[in-house]
Design a protein around this ligand. Structure first.
Ligand SMILES: C[S@@+](CC[C@H](N)C(=O)[O-])C[C@H]1O[C@@H](n2cnc3c(N)ncnc32)[C@H](O)[C@@H]1O
Length: 322
């Protein structure tokens, strides 16, 4: 693990151009390192959600996923592409919810193994492709819908990624997603804003973070008709903002590792565990990286300069007549 930590750091330090060129290795190293930590601390769905008053964290994630399925009108008989499917949490839930058939594309081998495991009860309707969403190894016009939940922030070229999704959709089919974006409150001249943005990028393996208008432009440039685009973060109950789970303020067992006490305990456990060779060398560095990323995300949310839930719904135009 130590060599993967070093490999990740080296790519990251190569600057924006280097990160864009080596995006596959950057993302792969990152998810090799963090997948077990994410599953332990977050569950099988690696994304955020706006939370209603009194709603549990898990229930909010499921509702956020169902919202996409409803907007895409997913139903039995449809073939749906999940772009950057993670460990299959959302895909399994949507297969159970909608009855549609799903194909998940992901460039991380370990995550695909986990996804097969998590979707085994709906396995006949879930298939996986180990591949890069910048070059989807599928025919043109073969999907009835597609979605991307917080996976596009890793794309080195948004319009290029959207163009590839457009290609595999049938004419008239829709693509929906949640994107990580800077809001209009982000001020590039503000050093603190830049610091938060940079910490989010380093801690989450991102080449850059787009603004909301940039995402809309990239969808149109790729050839989509943009039907809707809106930030869902303001829908959160003010007492339970989307970043609350990162603050360890929920009174649940799984939130303990995110409290200051839990972080200190995890750090000590990993330090001793690494010495005794119970955990691979580098585990503590990964935990530290994730804690720094979590703090930056909280600051991004609290200051209002960042959202992880910019929702869009876009359609591939029908083929011109004649
Ligand atoms: C934040 S996770 C979200 C996963 C999943 N959508 C979910 O909500 O649980 C981002 C995912 O995008 C995948 N990913 C990033 N870049 C990719 C690429 N170029 N090709 C395929 N998958 C990619 C990562 O491996 C990871 O599974």
């Amino acid at each position: 693990m130590k060599s993967v930590v070093d490999g990740y750091a080296a790519i990251y330090d190569a600057g924006e151009q280097g990160r864009r060129e080596q995006y596959r290795s950057l993302v792969n190293h990152y998810y090799d390192l963090v997948t077990d930590f994410y599953e332990f601390g977050w569950g099988q769905s690696f994304h955020f959600a706006p939370r209603r008053r009194g709603e549990s964290f898990k229930a909010s994630l499921l509702r956020h996923q169902h919202y996409l399925a409803d907007r895409l009108a997913l139903k039995p008989g449809m073939q749906v592409l999940d772009v950057g499917c993670g460990v299959g949490g959302p895909m399994g839930n949507l297969a159970r919810y909608s009855g549609a058939g799903f194909v998940g594309i992901n460039n991380n081998t370990y995550q695909i193994e986990r996804a097969k495991h998590h979707t085994r009860d709906v396995g006949s309707r879930c298939r996986f492709i180990h591949g890069d969403y910048m070059r989807i190894p599928e025919d043109d016009d073969c999907y009835d819908a597609a979605f991307a939940i917080e996976s596009m922030p890793h794309a080195p070229d948004k319009a290029g990624a959207f163009r590839e999704i457009l290609r595999v959709l049938r004419p008239g089919a829709c693509f929906a997603g949640y994107e990580w974006c800077l809001t209009d409150d982000f001020d590039p001249e503000n050093a603190e804003h830049q610091w938060i943005k940079n910490e989010i990028m380093v801690g989450d393996a991102l080449p850059e973070i787009a603004s909301m208008p940039e995402i809309c432009d990239a969808l149109r440039t790729a050839g989509f008709e943009l039907l809707e685009a809106t930030d869902r973060a303001p829908e959160s109950d003010p007492g339970t903002p989307w970043y609350r789970a990162l603050q360890g303020r929920d009174l649940t067992l799984s939130s303990i590792p995110r409290t200051p006490f839990g972080r200190a305990l995890t750090n000590l456990t990993l330090r001793v565990g690494e010495r005794l060779r119970l955990f691979p060398e580098g585990s503590r560095a990964v935990s530290t990286l994730l804690n720094a990323a979590a703090d930056a995300l909280v600051e991004g949310g609290r200051s209002g300069i960042f959202t992880p839930m910019f929702f869009f719904l876009a359609r591939k135009p029908e083929r011109p007549e004649g």
